[in-house]
Design a protein around this ligand. Sequence first.
Ligand SMILES: Nc1nc2c(ncn2[C@@H]2O[C@H](COP(=O)(O)OP(=O)(O)OP(=O)(O)O)[C@@H](O)[C@H]2O)c(=O)[nH]1
Ligand SMILES: [Mg+2]
Length: 410
Amino acid sequence: MSPPLHPMLGLALCVYRRLYFTQPPHLSLCGSLHLAATSLLPQQSHNMDVIGSSSGKPRSDWPWDLPFRLLSSVRRNQNLKNEDAACRLDPKQNVEGGDWRKRGVERCHAPGSKLPGIGEAVRAGKDSATLPCLQTMWTICRTRILRVGHLAACRMCRNATGYTSIQTILQLPQKKINQLVYPVTELERLLSPTVDRTNFKLFHPSHEQIAKAEELFRSSGKHVIDYYTSAIRMDHTPTLTQPEVCFIGRSNIGKSSLIKALFSLVPEIEVRVSKTPGHTKKLNFFKVGKAFTLVDMPGYGFRAPEDFAEMVEAYLQSRQNLKRIFLLVDGSIGLQKNDKIAIEMCEEFAKPYVIVVTKIDRVPTSVLLIQYLQIQEFIENETSGCFPQPFLVSSLHLSGSICSGVSSLT
Ligand SMILES: Nc1nc2c(ncn2[C@@H]2O[C@H](COP(=O)(O)OP(=O)(O)OP(=O)(O)O)[C@@H](O)[C@H]2O)c(=O)[nH]1
Ligand SMILES: [Mg+2]
């Protein structure tokens, strides 16, 4: 029989479990993988070819079929020439497991020195033996607890990579699978039966398709996934023939986090994520084998780099092998003025782009649905090169959330 808990401890545990052992972490990662996976799939191209606009009018001028068809062609048809292959692809991912683990270690060691310990007590003239003794014990205990916690967290984090796989997710109850893999379908369920759902169903890959695309995000001897280089100006960018996709959005919107989540099967790749806006200062290139390249970019808006225009706009405008832009928008606030400027830019440069609604784990479903419908309407009425169905993702940090997510499965 488990010992009775102190009421306060019981309450704390409840809050803790509520905060950390719920679904969003999976949802997030799955959403990202789903996004990554599906956008690479050949089958998707068929959808893309036929969907046209949601008004039923075919978008014959839509350049989408190129990027979406790519990957499969490359993989299936080895004879395809590079230039042809370079016409259809895209993906994404991210990293920071390494960083996180390092920070975990720092956290383990730092607290002792920061505690109001013996030194401070002595300086404050408290010469009673009790205080320093208790504080020393507390320091030691706390350091140990943190260290054990850190090791457990690291272990969970390693395990977590296993749970990022669609195969693992498929072992979950059906309802959970749906929540994780098809967040858009979950939203759709809330609509009244009279609402036109066409644009909710355009992008709905099967589990097999996702699994296939997921394979692209596993590094192996023949298919090496790794950071490649960084550039601060267009003329510093590497000359690459394989197709490229990039992630743009306001600073702090979660571009790097999304890339990191997509690279969660390759945790050794470092993708730096930060709470501080304006963290990514360069164009960071990550190679996914010979298949394609992902580019993480500085954000626009608050604390954007001064040379943002020369760097990012020039890249978007003139990068020949750029096949798709993923424009990230915050799920809680929807399209902002800056986002609309970015959309105008994509339209002007005639690059195919997708709107990705991020951080959906932080948004109540009702708010998310409203934002989603507004974005869909905007796409329908104001754009011509944007994929009509926004993607929903939440790419939580590998720290905490994912580990907790794993725990919730066990
Ligand atoms: N809850 C939640 N937080 C997220 C998500 N994605 C990113 N974040 C958090 O948002 C903050 C910013 O994430 P980044 O990935 O560094 O954002 P960024 O767009 O690369 O920012 P810049 O490099 O400054 O332009 C971090 O604290 C992330 O943990 C998400 O899906 N859900
Ligand atoms: Mg960043």
